[in-house]
Design a protein. Structure first.
Lengths: 113, 117
């Protein structure tokens, strides 16, 4: 049972434009969400997180939006840069889950110069 | 800089031997660490939860006798792949949560690529 889903396995965006990566979850117990960027053969790099008490969190070019009623979150990257090309994972956790993080399947972002 | 460090980054071992991977939290104490495995082009799969001073909690389907986890101190957890076989070749990653007073974010190590020949 995939509790965190990223339905788009890949995404191509022109440099300078906005990249929008989507993530859906099914477990209503999740109360903390994270986005990670990952290059091949490297560990995930933390990008940004959001608590369920918020609906938006912004950090530089990265903004995460959370729609709890729809169990949906998205990561916006503006403007997109070629160095942003990587696989992006969304992840979810909750206090009752003993800190375990459940990952989505990932979306491969390619930013075209 | 990295707050969770893994070692080694790359390791090649012969089939039938054991190999140990270390995960260290830098500048903070982690009572709980997590070990993941990533297969090519797939998401990260949680293998086990490493608890300081007690036995690890393994996810369903993960062989506890094959993947030995030791959380010897508040800053170190080790994963030992015993009697390794080629199908154990994979990318192994650990993570730890920074205490809530420091942001409560979960950071990952750099990962360790294991190749069993």
């Amino acid at each position: 049972d995939q509790q965190v889903k990223q339905n788009s396995p890949s995404l191509s965006v022109q440099e300078g434009r906005i990249s929008i990566l989507n993530c859906d979850y099914t477990n209503s117990m999740f109360d903390y969400f994270l986005w990670y960027k990952k290059y091949p053969a490297e560990g995930p790099t933390f990008l940004i997180s959001i608590s369920s008490i918020k609906d938006k969190n912004e950090d530089g070019r990265f903004t995460v939006f959370l729609n709890k009623s729809a169990k949906h979150l998205s990561l916006h990257i503006v403007p997109s840069q070629p160095g942003d090309s990587a696989v992006y994972f969304c992840a979810a956790t909750w206090a009752g889950g003993y800190q375990k993080v459940t990952f989505g399947t990932g979306t491969k972002l390619q930013v075209i110069p | 800089g990295a707050v969770v460090s893994q070692h080694p980054s790359w390791v090649i071992c012969k089939s039938g031997t054991s190999v140990k991977i270390e995960c260290r939290s830098l500048d903070f104490q982690a009572t709980t660490m997590f070990w993941y495995r990533q297969f090519p082009k797939q998401s990260l799969m949680l293998m086990a939860t490493s608890n300081e001073g007690s036995k690890a909690t393994y996810e369903q389907g993960v062989e506890k006798d094959k993947f030995l986890i030791n959380h010897a101190s508040l800053t170190l957890s080790t994963l030992t792949v015993t009697s390794a076989h080629p199908e154990d070749s994979s990318f192994y990653i650990c993570s730890a949560r920074v205490p809530a007073t420091s942001g409560n974010t979960i950071y990952f190590g750099e990962g360790s690529w294991l190749t069993v020949v």
